[in-house]
Design a protein around this ligand. Structure first.
Ligand code: SF4
Length: 445
């Protein structure tokens, strides 16, 4: 059978779709590109997407245009939370919840189209950890390795604990081998990923700090990037290790969500704004060139202009490098959906735009601060019209530099020489050969 996939949402969804593809292939099916003629199309959905419903319908229509007889299976967070709504969409044949996601090839039988869609969605009480890993893009530069899934927190705006279930983690003993197998596949960067990564705890009691230590001890032949981590779980020990490391790169992504004490309390976040501020200052004091990304939500119920100004002012003053700004939208079955003080949509949008402009300013400031420095860069995209490559530095600066076409994935030492028209230009100083990789120390000029 020919099967294609379409994925919406976060990096973990992409990692899981890659795993699904692998499982279908292992059961003897052929995976084809979405849009090519297929006998079955699997859509892995997200609930964070605004208008998940419209998005899902649109993709189903596209799938049926190219393969009118294809079996349409829908899985992912939206499927777990709104199975009946999905089953009512014309063309859908099967709906698979989070627990059933990796059993679609067993549950869907002969994948024939049906008159009444089948719904396979159970509660997530005893859901286990399913391994998955995926590359980003086609260049095999970066891979996401899922170490943790689900969440035990109860942030008042978030549906993830409902859609993905309780927190669970990969067996600690498997992690090194998984990283090594990604390196053997040719990846030069592994991103340690999870829904609430810092909440990792193995059955034998290891925590996320132990994974960071493990990476430092085993020193794989790839750079290791830590995915998004909650501020209260980013322990001092992790910062100390990253500060000393040549394997784990100086880049953190730390959700803030709001700089207002009142909003953080209503959001049920587990830290105070002052704690967050100190955390960022500590990181930058220890690792001055560290890139720090921040998630922020604007327009949360009850957010006044003063609350928003607290967030804006705090981020403006902090040495962070970029923001991911989310405009709050009500999610069914979350406490915040019924909170008073809804912020008008046009105000939410205006605040979003102000923070996005601040993000650009922060990114430019960070890039400028890196001029003259040298970093390891892995060439990722070739631009034939300019004869240049672009790729990411260890500390997450996108840099473009001249080089031969043969450089793909050859780690290079690159000096950042100019930043004009929003493009950071570099010059290649030398290659970082495999034998040098493990002892690699970024040269700061
Ligand atoms: S930490 Fe909060 S925002 Fe993040 S997944 Fe858990 S409940 Fe959602």
């Amino acid at each position: 059978m020919r099967v294609s996939f379409y994925t919406l949402g976060c990096k973990l969804n992409y990692a899981e779709s890659a795993e699904l593809r692998h499982r279908f292939e292992s059961s003897g099916h052929t995976v084809v590109e979405f849009g090519d003629m297929a006998d079955a199309v699997i859509i892995n959905t997200c609930t964070v997407t605004e208008n998940a419903d419209t998005e899902c319908r649109k993709i189903i229509r596209r799938a049926l245009r190219s393969s009118p007889e294809a079996y349409i299976g829908v899985t992912g967070c939206y499927a777990q939370l709104q199975p009946e709504e999905i089953a009512s969409i014309e063309g859908v044949d099967g709906v698979f919840g989070s627990k059933e996601k990796f059993r679609i090839h067993e549950l869907a039988g002969d994948f024939h189209k049906v008159d009444v869609p089948q719904v396979f969605v159970s509660d997530l009480e005893d859901v286990g950890f399913e391994e998955s890993q995926s590359g980003e893009g086609d260049s095999r530069t970066r891979a996401h390795l899922k170490l943790q899934d689900g969440c035990n927190y109860n942030c008042s705006f978030c549906t993830i604990p409902l859609a993905r279930g309780k927190s669970r983690s990969m067996d600690f003993g498997l992690i090194s081998a998984k990283v090594e197998s990604l390196v053997a596949e040719g990846y030069h960067e592994v991103i340690l990923s999870g829904i609430n990564l810092g909440d990792y705890v193995s059955e034998s009691g290891e925590r996320f700090t132990d994974i960071v230590r493990l990476m430092e001890q085993t020193r794989p032949q790839a750079r290791i990037r830590i995915g998004s981590i909650e501020p209260n779980l980013l322990k001092r020990e992790i910062i100390d290790m990253v500060a000393q490391s040549s394997v784990i790169v100086p880049h953190f992504h730390i959700p803030l969500q709001s700089g207002s004490a009142e909003m953080l309390r209503l959001m049920r976040r587990r830290y105070k704004a002052d704690y967050y501020r100190e955390l960022i200052l500590t990181i930058k004091q220890q690792i001055p060139d560290c890139c720090i990304g921040v998630d922020v939500i604007v327009g949360f119920p009850g957010e006044t202009e003063e609350h928003f100004s607290e967030t804006f002012g705090m981020l403006e003053a902090l040495p962070v490098s970029y923001l991911h700004v989310f405009t709050y939208s009500e999610r069914e079955n979350t406490p915040a959906a019924v909170y008073d003080g809804k912020v008008p949509v046009h105000v939410r949008k205006a605040r979003t735009n102000r923070l996005r402009a601040l993000s650009e300013q922060k990114r430019r400031e960070f890039y400028r601060s890196q001029l003259g420095k040298e970093w390891r860069v892995i060439p990722e995209t070739y631009h034939p019209e300019r004869g240049t490559w672009s790729g990411w530095s260890d500390n997450y600066v996108r840099v473009e530099f001249a080089g031969a076409m043969t450089l793909l994935q050859q780690p290079l030492q690159v000096r950042l020489i100019s930043f004009n028209n929003d493009i950071m230009t570099g010059e290649v100083i030398s290659t970082v050969e495999e034998h040098q990789w493990q002892g690699y120390i970024p040269l700061m000029v």
